[in-house]
Write a protein that binds this ligand. Structure first.
Ligand code: CA
Length: 240
């Protein structure tokens, strides 16, 4: 899981970074609103933790700008301003949750996990894109990214992935896949489907965790978003 922390107080930023890293999360820090917004717009994070009082661009403005640019990454506002009015303004700006400083780290973690779970298991869908976890599929320009990294798919691979993302958790037989994705009967396609699943895995799963495309032995395939972590494997962890 990748978290973007936008916080100008270095001590607080450092505390958040260390605490979240201890939980196995990858943390990127931004110390002002402008660079925080730029980082957030890459769409490569699973969650944004956002302070409100920030130099260059305040937190409410950052949240609004992220939403206006189409980013759906969950935003947790973390601030010393505890008035009801500020909470309402924070949530109105497009943030998903609000936590007041000082806070117990355990509570922060619980909220981080809850927000992450919500987006991991529900595909956020609008007219233009599908997103599950760190996998984003743009239906207009047919661009696909995982963890912010562009993945090149052929037309059929794209259709197969789109079908999977529209039916997460469901187990699909090869028969269903051939009808739904290829518009053909099963007989002619048995091996073709396995080959395409293999191509797709190489592109969207091989260098990433968690693996999304699962083989269900004797039945077929399942696209399985996990509630757990989502990260890019480094060369080091691959070798381990
Ligand atoms: Ca601040």
């Amino acid at each position: 899981m990748r978290v973007l922390v936008i916080e100008d107080e270095e001590k607080m930023a450092d505390l958040l970074r260390r605490g979240l890293e201890e939980e196995g999360m990858a943390v990127e820090l931004a110390y002002d609103g402008e660079s925080g917004l730029r980082a957030g717009q890459t769409g490569s994070h699973d969650l944004v933790i956002l302070d409100l009082g920030l130099p260059h661009r305040d937190g409410l403005d950052v949240a609004r700008a992220l939403r206006q640019s189409g980013q759906k990454t969950p935003i947790l506002i973390l601030t010393a301003q505890d008035s009801t009015e500020m909470k309402v303004r924070g949530l109105d700006s497009g943030a998903d949750d609000y936590l007041t400083k000082p806070f117990a780290f355990a509570e922060l973690l619980a909220r981080v996990r809850a927000l992450h779970r919500r987006t991991q298991t529900v595909a956020t869908e609008d007219q233009t894109r599908l997103q599950i976890g760190d996998l984003v599929l743009n239906l207009i320009n047919r661009r696909v990214t995982r963890a912010g990294i562009e993945v090149q798919l052929t037309g059929k691979e794209f259709s197969l992935l789109e079908f999977f993302m529209r039916h997460p958790e469901e187990i699909h037989t090869r028969e269903v896949l051939s009808e739904q994705v290829w518009n053909e009967t099963f007989d002619t396609l048995t091996n073709v489907i396995d080959v395409y699943i293999n191509y797709l895995r190489n592109k969207v799963d091989r260098q990433f965790e968690p693996k999304l495309i699962q083989t269900v032995r004797g039945v077929g395939y399942q696209f399985k978003p996990h509630a757990g972590e989502s990260r890019v494997l480094t060369a080091e962890s691959k070798a381990a």
